[in-house]
Design a protein. Sequence first.
Length: 478
Amino acid sequence: MDKTAYLEHFKVTEENLRELTGLALSKGGDFADLYFEHTVYNELSMRDGQVNSGGSHIDYGMGIRVLKGEKTGYAYTESTEWEDIRRAALNAAMIADSPSGTEPGYAYSDGLLKNRIPGKHYWSVARIEEYGAAKRLPLLKRLGDRVAESDGRVIKVQAKIADSFSMIMMYNSIDGLSFDSRPLTSVTAAGIFKDGAGNTETNSASRSFRMGFDLLSAKLIDEVAADVTKGIDERFAAIRPKGGEMPVVMGAGGSGILLHEAIGHAFEADFIRKKQSVFSEQFGKTVCDPSISVVDDGTLAYNRGSVNVDDEGVPGQKTYMVRSGKLESFLHDRISAAHFKTAPTGNGRRESFRFPPIPRMRSTYMENGNCSPEDIIAEVRHGIYVDDFSNGQVKIGEGDFTFYVKNGRLIENGKLTAPIKDINIIGNGPKALSDIVAVGNDLKIDNGTWTCGKEQNCVVTCGIPTVLVRSLTVGGEA
């Protein structure tokens, strides 16, 4: 779709957009931007072979942001009728002009988008095929049946297919008009298992991509179902090991959530600007082994966390936070980029038109090293291997974290032995990064339904190769 289709869809002209930004800046603001959104959500769920819920809803509206020094005025409306959006522009201007601060302004036009290449897309931008329950139901039933039939211990199964399609149009007082179409389809399944002794275990699996109905192949459905039952024997046999300080090998893929939570948030430049991050004074310094590079990437094809443009109209890009052990970049929106006199990195993101953008991650991962996973495990005399985290807690300022480990294995004399569960991993993000002593050559991006909840929800992904952390605290048996 071209710009005319977006302008007509939201019932405005470019002249209207210029007039709105003029109104938004009428109280002396430095910068104003407009964000129009029309999103259609669909969801269909099945429990134990029966459809138990389904629905579709529409989110439509626009938000206006005004920046004046360090003050932000934000207003939104669930209408794009002229009087409604005009009123929102005036409200945002008045909020930004409120006497709540006198910090000096920033030059929001100082080369913010220099050398950025607009117009590149990382998924098909054509509108996804309209499809209703009749087309989704056979695949949903196949998903539920595959899980139910996979193991005689299955007692409950839940499956869900959800999709959304967003039309986004943005306009600001510097760069003008940008727009995007964003499909997102997700498949999830969960099972409850019960053995002969009455013990129960649960497991779930998911896939999510910026794709439409073409995502929902029988092959993908079967992969998700197989992941639900994967490792269930080990779950029932797992023990709770003794705790203490020990080496920890983090498996490739979903272990990247620890990288996201314990390290990635501390690179988001709003925390840096407010000096709330442990990395605030580390720019340009060596923070870990030269074998390590950590990336936040908006350019992975069809990836849940990718952005053609972010929610400030900045083109998607690949950003090295750490390159060869050295802290190279923070994750910037326009505000932090202006503060640090650098270019935004395409990390200005928002949950919807009801929220202003803030620095947020996209797809965060560590690049490959040169070690094999087998060699990494063989280095450990006594430690644990973990590959499934949940329920993490992180203190951004100090970098301290705690993560619950759903499952893993003991490492004894360089070999994986007994399965383990019900333990916590406790450590400090910067220290854990500096304590990584081996990086595998098996990077895996976990394409599950990851969602980050920093103030507002944003879809993300994460990944990591197998890595060895010299020492972390493992909370297990005394």
